[in-house]
Ligand binder design. Structure first.
Ligand code: ATP
Ligand code: MG
Length: 575
């Protein structure tokens, strides 16, 4: 492709809304063009990379027997009403009506649509297992679209869905798609980690779910990883233990102590001169279950934090949030002085697993300016239950007691055993081997295709620009001609043709009016793996052409005749 004929523009300055390198570089290198908040047009070079990612994805999915389909981007509201998600999806889903006043939405995901295809076309166990996938546009009206393609509103996703007669078949397929995802990311050439993910409140306890996280310091996800045990999980669900906490036992009865104005954990603990881990942090939450408001007092060690995602999976209800001041007051509690003792029946109590219920703690006295000393949960609290609801910390150890580290990742893929959630709500029935109907079980599997490219750039760039992984670079070679003398132009053209005939993908910077500095800067910004420089002086004086490697900066000068073979060899060595 000749640059003189391509629609391409680069920019010196970072756009003001671009906070991280992948966003800055995709914009500055003219790969994408902003259409609106979270909306991007894909420009020619970006599309070339996108097609390469898609090809890798298709090959790996076809290889495990998935069939490609393409569903509509707009889906009827009826289907979502049937599954019960029309309301549940909240603001994330863009809804509208057609001229006949029928509800429609732009697909944020396609479980309903694929189940609708399945239920009208599959009648017998003989057609199972079945796995369908598509690479298609999604729209999610994200609360905070940011970081360019990493969290767009419109984006390209590969979504796959599988249907099975039993858990065993689902497990087998799950293993295959897990490996296919590993192959995809390895072939693209990214460093990643597979982590246990949060299955959400609806998932059954044996439902597997994993996220594929590309390691990058600007990733939005936090990952706990224990090298020694191999445990890796998204912090949303990570299980770990505190490496240290002060514990205190006592046989003394609980007693009230005056703590004037000390309504925070640190101020109370400083005032009483005790370790924060011998105090309890009590927070009041509200959620809805069976159409009724429920109140839950959530208690952690004073210096721990509640993980609301873990909490959300434990409660049997939804619309979980912290109770507001008025609700706290109505229940007879006093903000800053809340304790789990002497509560009314309607408040359930949940202690975090790190709390030793036989130990003694300081808690709020449910009375302004007072705290309680020596509260022993087992002895002093009514009806409570215990579960892991704390946020893991980098100072924690794994459950086995090994060190852990916390890193940041970009979720490029997510695989998930759904069970019969959608096949049940959408009333799917398949004839079983025994002549009876059964409800098939399902899995769903996503890859953020456009996010994958942004993740690649986030992981692979320097201060000058992008350094494409060779597998998805828009081109293999950036051929720069810095020739002024017309009589050598033909030689440069010939070299371009020769490289192309040799099977290489070449972008030829033949822009006549630009100086070498500008061309080199653009080449570095765009980050094509190899640059071949046809410079007048080198060529006339020594008959040589310069080849340089974007990633390492390595340079070689070779005779015109051997440019092709050198490029082929160098390129293969980079793969
Ligand atoms: P996230 O937690 O990042 O919001 P998600 O868990 O909601 O993502 P899934 O529903 O699992 O996402 O979607 C499958 C894949 O689609 C994700 O793993 C991610 O790679 C990609 N994806 C999701 N939301 C976006 C987005 N707003 N922009 C780009 N890619 C996205
Ligand atoms: Mg996800």
């Amino acid at each position: 492709m000749k640059l003189s004929k391509v629609l391409w523009q680069t920019f010196k300055e970072n756009p003001s809304d671009a906070e991280i390198p992948s966003h800055q570089l995709t914009m500055r290198a003219g790969l994408i063009h902003k259409a609106g908040s979270g909306l991007y047009n894909y420009m020619p070079f970006f599309l070339r990379s996108l097609r390469k990612v898609e090809k890798i994805v298709r090959e790996e999915l076809d290889n495990i027997g998935c069939q490609e389909i393409q569903m509509t981007v707009i889906t009827p509201g009826e289907l979502w009403q049937e599954s019960g998600r029309w309301e549940k999806m909240g603001d994330l889903m863009l809804r509208f009506k057609d001229k006949n006043k029928k509800d429609l939405c732009i697909s944020p995901t396609n479980e309903e649509a694929v189940v609708d295809i399945f239920r009208s076309s599959v009648k017998s166990y003989k057609d199972l297992p079945l796995a369908l996938y598509q690479i298609n546009t999604k729209f999610r009206d994200e609360i905070r679209p940011r970081f360019g393609l990493l969290r767009g509103r419109e984006f390209l996703m590969k979504d796959a869905y599988s249907f099975h007669k039993d858990k065993k078949s689902l497990d087998d397929f799950y293993d295959n798609i897990y490996k296919a995802y590993q192959n995809i990311i390895s072939r693209i050439g990214l460093k990643y980690i597979v982590v246990e993910a949060d299955g959400g409140a609806m998932a059954s306890s044996d439902a597997k779910t994993h996220e594929f996280q590309v390691l990058a310091k600007n990733g939005e996800d936090t990952i706990i990883h224990c090298e020694k045990s191999g445990y890796a999980a998204n912090i949303e669900k990570a299980k770990s233990k505190r490496s240290q906490k002060v514990e205190r036992q006592t046989s003394e009865l609980k007693e009230e102590v005056e703590t004037p104005g000390k309504s925070t954990i640190d101020s109370v603990c400083a005032f009483l001169n005790i370790a924060e881990s011998t105090s309890l942090k009590c927070l009041l939450y509200k959620y809805i279950s069976n159409n009724k408001d429920q109140f839950l007092m959530v208690v952690t060690l004073g210096d721990d934090t509640v993980n609301e995602i873990k909490l959300g999976t434990i409660i049997k209800g939804d619309h979980l949030r912290m109770a507001n001041d008025q609700e706290i007051e109505t229940l007879g509690l006093i903000k800053g002085y809340i304790g789990p003792q002497g509560l009314s029946e309607e408040i359930k109590i949940l202690f975090d697993s790190e709390i030793s219920i036989k130990n003694a703690y300081v808690v709020g006295a449910n009375k302004r300016d007072f705290h309680i000393l020596n509260l022993v949960p087992e002895r002093d609290c009514k009806k409570y239950f215990q579960a892991d609801i704390r946020l893991a910390l980098s100072s924690d150890v794994s459950i086995e007691g090994f060190p852990i580290e916390i890193t940041k990742g970009i979720e490029v893929g997510h695989i998930f055993q759904l069970g019969d959630k959608y096949t049940k709500s959408l009333k799917v029935n398949v004839l079983g081997e025994d002549g009876k109907n059964f409800i098939p079980t399902m899995g769903c599997y996503g890859i953020g295709v456009t996010r994958m490219i942004a993740a690649a750039i986030e992981q692979s760039h320097d201060e000058k620009g992008i350094i494409w992984p060779v597998s998805i670079a828009p081109f293999q070679i950036y051929l720069v001609s810095i020739i002024k003398d017309e009589k050598y132009l033909k030689d440069a053209e010939d070299l371009y043709d020769k490289l192309i005939s040799g099977g290489l993908e070449v972008l030829f910077d033949d822009r006549p009016k630009l100086g070498p500095g500008h061309k080199f800067k653009d080449a570095e910004l765009l980050g094509i793996p190899l640059r071949v420089t046809f410079g007048e002086r080198d060529f006339i004086e020594n008959g040589t052409i310069e080849i340089s490697v974007r990633r390492t900066g390595e340079q070689r000068k070779v005779k015109l005749d051997s440019v092709l073979s050198e490029c082929q060899a160098l390129y293969s060595s980079l793969k």
